[in-house]
Design a binder for this molecule. Structure first.
Ligand SMILES: *Cc1c(COP(=O)(O)O)cnc(C)c1O
Length: 303
């Protein structure tokens, strides 16, 4: 199912958002609903994975190795995609094996991912030649996907997201930033529009280096907005949660608290602070990640 035709036939809706800002600003905001493309493998992850899956399927290396934390959307997407493509998957999980698996890791196991837990100190070494040697000794042949798909191949996969909107209709494209792979893909595919990235980690101050590593021409128009990480990765407060609930009431679109909630909070706040020029036409990429909300206490969200 995860072949070229799968990506060509993907149907991602674009929905206009309800206006909560003064009409005289003449600003419109649409959302690209990558969260709704598929019941399970939603969002940006499947795009970032696509060329790795293709590589594995077209080679004799029928297993994929990748990395992530216990709540990683990337691990979950990889497990599901591999299982469906007839590939084996091996996930290295940061930290010791917990007594109770997170729902994300349970999902990975249900999709036949083989999980290996490694200590946080060893996890820091996953990109070293030594670690790669160990992998080769143990697993022989495989396709390796860096954590979060952070690689040129991942960014090229993310470029396919842009097939789902017409750049001519927009002045600004907004997305959340984790590893910056998706941001890089959107920048690479952009024409005249400005790409706005919202880091959801604190002190993510190496974005320029990341974009350079991913081979992004500096001639493109992009801006990072570092003000909406809410204290760091997966950190949240009552203001963010109540914004997400209000956003759902108004638009009937669920956001996740780790990524898209923070991006939308930021976009909304910037509009109210007159950041965007009059007449701006904004599209926000809903990168999915809704499975992450399952780690919130029941009743936190009204959706
Ligand atoms: C992983 C993820 C991101 C971040 O994507 P990067 O390419 O790593 O920057 C954004 N939104 C959601 C919902 C995600 O799961």
């Amino acid at each position: 199912m995860m072949n070229e035709a799968f990506f060509k036939n993907l149907n991602a809706d674009i929905e206009p958002l309800k206006r909560t800002w003064p009409a005289e600003l003449d600003i419109s905001v649409d959302m690209l609903r990558l969260d709704a493309i598929h019941p399970i493998i939603s969002g940006n992850k499947i795009f970032k994975l696509s060329y790795f899956l293709e590589e594995a399927k077209n080679s004799s290396r029928k297993q994929i190795i990748t990395f992530g934390g216990a709540y990683s959307n990337h691990l979950a997407a990889t497990a599901f995609a591999c299982d469906n493509a007839g590939l084996k998957s091996i996930g290295f999980v940061r930290g010791e094996m917990p007594e109770k698996l997170s729902h994300t890791l349970k999902f990975c196991k249900e999709n036949k991912m083989h999980l290996e837990f490694i200590s946080r100190s060893n996890y820091k070494k996953i990109n070293t030649p030594d670690f790669l040697d160990k992998l080769i000794k143990k697993f022989c042949t495989f396709v390796l996907i860096p954590e979060g798909g952070f690689s040129e191949k991942g960014a090229e996969g993310a470029m396919q997201i842009c097939d789902h909107y017409n750049f001519k209709n927009y002045t600004h494209v907004c997305c959340a930033i984790g590893t910056a792979t998706t941001f890089a893909g959107l920048i690479k595919a952009s024409k005249e529009e400005t790409i706005l990235g919202f880091p959801i980690l604190k002190n993510l101050d190496d974005i320029e280096d990341r974009l350079q590593y991913l081979n992004i021409p500096s001639s493109k128009k992009y801006i990072t907005i570092p003000d909406y990480h809410f204290g760091g990765y997966a950190k949240k407060n009552a203001q963010l949660i109540s914004f997400m609930n209000l956003f759902y009431d108004e638009n009937k679109i669920p956001l996740d608290f780790v990524y898209t909630g923070k991006m939308m909070f930021g976009v909304n706040d910037l509009i109210h602070k007159n950041y965007f020029p009059k007449g701006s036409k904004i599209i926000c990429i809903h990168t999915g990640g809704l499975q992450g909300n399952k780690s919130l206490p029941q009743g936190t969200l009204n959706f």
